[in-house]
Design a protein around this ligand. Structure first.
Ligand code: ADP
Ligand code: ZN
Ligand code: ZN
Length: 730
């Protein structure tokens, strides 16, 4: 390839939000400004104009210089949206995850800055009385009533624009006047300082973890904080954070999507004495932009956020903490597929700062890194409140009398617990009334037209819903196949449990927690508050109930059914089952009262289940690790998928077979094509080819070579395809 050099003007490598695996070369808008990497720009692209980000400045191009277009303009007054640190991280991401650079870069920007019109917002300011203003304020208002009312608001210290807006609708005019008189000065807003609350004296295990982490605050260091639920992991984060904040650092705490509750944020606010900046995809675009700006300016000392907060520009970032590191929501499953856990570790390494991965149930990847001493391993095995660990009871379901999915023995335990005025949590990871409806005459069942899945019967809304593509249908009265009046539900969902338990315990309040019952914002917290009053009640819910919530009066947890995972084709199913079981069990007996967990299963003899129950998660994970090693599965090998889908199955197979044929030789092996676990979804047929290697570098070398060829396969144009590095689902 011929490279064209430019000695006169810089050539700007620009990332554009297009699904192409390349950057685009442009020349500066004019000869006066010197653009910088990390800056947003507006560029001509075909017949359109669009925003881009300069990621690199070079002196050469593959195109002749007179073919290059000039940039159109520089928004943001020349301010940078990325530091060189974040650009380097993004660069690593698109190379590692084999994704289009522009999509990677733009996914790291707040939504408003992805649009041409968006701009970096000014920093929030506050207003304060000057000495002259204090004097004036003591005097009678005279004709300056409106202005004096503004000054009054500042009597006890600085006021924000929101405070002033509350005074009158013409506050802006009055403000301009008092500023002109120099009665009021304007300064960057300080986050309100509260008195930090005291923390408990740490237990030995906690203290050792804090000491060790704090002894290594300079430089990259990865810590696994492996502590059972209630062992005080959050307390460890808090004490480490105090240290980081005291030395002037910024901190980033990443939590799973459903772990980010007001309770959690309250706890940090109360203990640290200031308001953490919170960001997640449920906020408005304006709020997310404000959070981004606060992080970038350094005003935000602590940011708590979900997955995407990982890319926030924070120039003083001195620690990253990932809570519930095993949680599946840390993996982005479409578009730019990345693991925020792995990228967090990468970011910490680049910054040379520590990272803490906290969990009660480490992922096998992290577990193996701790075993190999790549990570420091801190175990917290005792509950900090002094509560004992819950007792397990396995109920063999063979030949049991069942009622709506719950065995007679479990019903008896529920009745006993409620009789003692305590709370019971019934866990079932399936919402709706029944997972399928079928005809007892001919065997017809309600399948989704667009997916390989049954439609879930939602009885309260009288509808069948597909949980994979959101298709909806009415529940047929007669069988659409044979016309018989024999339609029934099979199996149970939370809606059915709620109904059955409501009938069985009519005098006990029953609260259902799932995505159908907790739709509205704040609804979860309202229900959670009711549980916290401690009044005897029944909680029925999905994994929404499994995480992070402290319900002190729950003393019995019933796990209705996790059997599917025991014999699943997905090699990670057992690992996930173990994690979920421990999380749910962790809800039992968190306070002074001892807790019990009932597990209903048809397979009480299952070897992994027995290890988990008899010896705990660490022994369980250790066994799974051995199995994975024997089978050469991750984390003992490295995988990537070439995923493809299309309406026509033939198109997918043609592409994947051709792709497989042109896989370059080397250490990595290629297998397939295989149908995805759910072969048809939303009307599209989905297959994949698996690439596996014994070393990460071999995998990546061959993937890179392969991608160059794949892009040019004619059959690639008839399908959608993507590479998924370190896949989590198949
Ligand atoms: P985890 O995050 O591991 O589930 P938390 O940090 O939420 O645990 O702690 C569980 C409960 O124990 C909380 O109510 C917390 O205030 C309390 N706690 C934590 N550490 C201590 C301690 N050293 N002494 C007394 N109580 C503690
Ligand atoms: Zn029928
Ligand atoms: Zn569907």
């Amino acid at each position: 390839m011929v490279m064209h050099r430019s000695s006169k003007q810089p050539i700007l490598k620009v990332a554009l939000a297009v699904p192409l695996r390349r950057l685009f070369d442009y020349l500066p808008a004019d000869n006066d400004t010197v653009p910088q990497a990390g800056q947003r720009v507006i560029v001509p692209f075909g017949r359109r104009t669009m925003p881009g980000v300069i990621v690199e400045i070079s002196d050469q191009s593959e195109l002749p210089l007179d073919k290059l277009s000039r940039l159109i303009e520089y928004p943001d007054d020349g301010q940078l949206v990325f530091t060189s640190e974040s650009l380097a991280l993004l660069h690593w991401c698109w190379r590692y995850y084999k994704h289009a650079p522009g999509e990677v870069v733009f996914s790291a920007l707040p939504p408003l800055l992805r649009k041409p019109g968006g701009a970096i917002p000014p920093l929030p300011v506050q207003y304060r009385l000057t000495p002259g203003g204090e004097v004036r304020q003591q005097q009678p208002p005279g004709r300056l009533k409106a202005q004096m009312r503004l000054l009054d608001v500042m009597t006890n210290g600085a006021a924000t624009e929101a405070d002033l807006r509350a005074v009158s609708s013409s506050w802006k005019k009055s403000l301009a006047k008092v500023m002109e008189q120099q009665w009021v000065s304007c300064e960057p807003q300080q986050s309100a300082k509260l008195d930090p609350g005291p923390g408990p004296a740490l237990m030995d295990e906690q203290q050792r973890a804090v000491n060790d982490i704090c002894a290594n605050l300079q430089g990259f260091h990865c810590h696994l904080l492996d502590g059972i639920t209630g062992s005080g992991k959050t307390e460890v984060y808090l004490q480490v954070l105090e240290k980081i904040l005291a030395q002037g650092g910024q901190a980033l705490l990443l939590v799973p999507e459903i772990g980010l509750t007001p309770q959690l944020v309250n706890r940090f606010r109360k203990r640290l004495g200031f308001e953490p900046v919170v960001t997640h995809s449920g906020l408005s675009e304006g709020q997310r932009l404000q959070a981004w700006a606060a992080a970038r300016s350094g005003l935000a000392r602590l940011v708590i956020g979900t997955r995407s907060a990982l890319f926030l520009p924070m120039s003083e970032l001195q620690i990253i903490i990932l809570d519930e590191e095993h949680d599946a929501s840390f993996k982005q499953q479409d578009g730019f597929r990345y693991s925020s856990r792995d990228v967090a570790v990468k970011r910490a390494a680049g910054l040379e700062v520590p990272v803490i991965l906290g969990t009660a149930t480490p992922s096998l990847e992290t577990f193996n890194n701790a075993l190999n001493k790549r990570y420091s391993w801190h175990r917290l095995r005792r509950r900090a409140t002094g509560a004992s660990e819950p007792r397990w009871r396995v109920l063999d379901l063979i030949q049991q009398t069942m009622n709506g999915g719950i065995s007679a023995k479990a019903m008896q335990s529920i009745a006993d617990t409620l009789g003692r005025d305590e709370q019971v949590l019934v866990f079932l990871n399936r919402r709706g009334y029944a997972p399928v409806i079928l005809c007892h005459e001919c065997g017809w069942h309600g399948a989704c037209q667009r997916c390989d899945a049954n439609m879930t019967w939602h009885r309260s809304s009288g509808r069948l819903l597909c949980h994979h593509c959101d298709s909806a249908a009415r529940v047929p009265v007669m069988c659409p196949e044979c016309g018989a009046d024999a339609i029934q539900g099979a199996g149970e969902g939370t809606e059915q449990l709620e109904q059955m338990l409501g009938k069985a315990f009519p005098d006990t309040p029953l609260l259902r927690f799932d995505r159908d019952s907790v739709r509205k914002k704040g609804e979860f917290d309202r229900l959670a508050e009711q549980v916290k009053t401690g009044e005897s009640c029944l909680l029925v819910g999905t994994q929404m109930l499994a995480k992070g919530h402290h319900f002190p009066k729950v003393t019995l947890v019933v796990i209705v059914n996790l059997d599917q995972a025991l014999y699943s084709a997905d090699f990670r199913a057992l690992e996930r089952m173990g994690q979920l079981m421990m999380q749910v069990a962790g809800r039992a007996g968190r306070d002074q009262l001892p807790g019990e967990v009932i597990l209903q299963t048809h397979y009480p003899q299952h070897a992994s289940l027995q290890t988990l129950l008899a010896s705990g998660y660490e022994a369980f994970a250790d066994e799974l690790c051995t199995d994975r090693q024997t089978a050469c599965l991750p984390p003992f090998s490295y995988q990537a998928l070439l995923r493809s889908d299309a309406i026509q199955k033939d198109d997918v197979l043609t592409f994947l077979n051709q792709a497989k044929q042109c896989f370059p030789g080397g250490e990595a092996q290629v297998y397939g094509p295989f149908p995805a676990m759910m072969e048809r979804r939303s009307g599209r047929t989905r297959w994949y080819v698996l690439v596996q290697a014994g070393s990460r570098s071999a995998l990546h070398r061959q993937l890179d070579d392969w991608l160059l060829v794949l892009q040019n396969l004619p059959s690639a144009r008839k399908v959608r395809w993507a590479v998924d590095v370190d896949p989590q689902d198949y």
